[in-house]
Design a protein around this ligand. Sequence first.
Ligand code: PMP
Length: 432
Amino acid sequence: MKDYNHRVKGLLPGGVHYNFHLPWEETPIHFLKANDSRVWDMNGEEYLDLYARFGALIVGHGNKEYNESLKETIDRVLSVSHCDMDAEALELIAKYIPSAEMIRFGLSGTEIVQNALRLARAWTGKNRFVRFEGHYHGNADNIMGGRVPRTGEPIPSDYFGDLKGTAGRAKDSLESQSYLLPWNDADLLEELFINNGDDIAAVITEPVCVNGGGVMPAPGYLKKMRELCDKYNVVLIFDEIITGFRMGLGGAQEEFNVTPDLTTLGKAIAGGGVPVSALVGKKEIMQLLVDKKVIHAGTFNGYPLGTAAVKTTLEILSRDNGLAMTQMNTKMSMIHDILKTEAEAVGLPLVIQGPPACASYHCCNDILQTTADYTFEIMSLDIILHNNLSKNGILVSSISRLYPNISLNMSDVNWFRERVGKALLDTKEIYD
Ligand code: PMP
């Protein structure tokens, strides 16, 4: 694998395809094959895959039904703009996502978020949007990174490049387009609306802040957000690119019974094998696309392989009342329990938070109540545990996230049980 990394590194900046590949891994693992929840690297080492391609892989590696659907599509109709399975894919999304009165497909989460913001600006005639600390909405200049200034707790600038910020963005692209607020504080949002509501087109939020550490919304927070957006004529956008089709079929909006005006979907919507994103929302706002007042474009939007993947994924996930997801969550809860029990046994503080299918562990004593609680000290320990898990045959995502897929079975749970103790012990030694 060393030679292989050397070959790749000369051509691929950093030897990785994206900067959010864990920068502390000096030698990225290259994989040869995968099946269900297991992957094998080029040295033949086997891992339990709770990384799941940043959460996109929900159907599992080598899912027969999914693969057959994609193969059948490739052989039948590789590249046309509109295809026969569009209707089923659209109907399934509309059936399960409460805010999905109309739907447009894209490819990446990044682009579909930008389209949601554009629609919100056009609908309200206003310019800026509100975003929240710790939330991630894609690889674009106007939305990535930043932190609300507060005293203490300096964040090292090499950590994800200033918390997922970046050099080289267009001047003032963040400052001129958005307001950045701490999350889970409805009073601050109201204050901002009172002072600046005239210039605010949208609020964009992850309804559960998975990217900020798996922080759940405070009771009533999303409802209050909904009320404030209605009062100040602001479009409410839920970014459910992670929670959609992981936190149940209806996403976080169904779980919390708060319907946004627009929702962005991605990752698991197409099972994990091919890229598809979707912008869904209220008919009256989406009508701007029908009237061609707002442009939404993309060479590959609605490509056959993508819509086939969406259709088949949602068929698999919705079958028998979502049985596959229920079973996945049950197994995942077992893994959570093992992780907590084993951490306690070695004396390492550890909490697990967030929905079962996209939860995070943190090496600390208390559940994070807001994204600001996710201190650099906690992140550092989380990273150490992450690395120790991967050395012991368990891959997790984005520092500390545990993403199962529906193939997760008891043999995977046992694999986890047999290996996690060593990873925790090695982490505890550094903690001490
Ligand atoms: N929104 C959220 C909540 C995400 O987690 C991500 C990706 N991690 C994105 C948007 C961007 O999606 P993509 O990487 O497909 O551009």
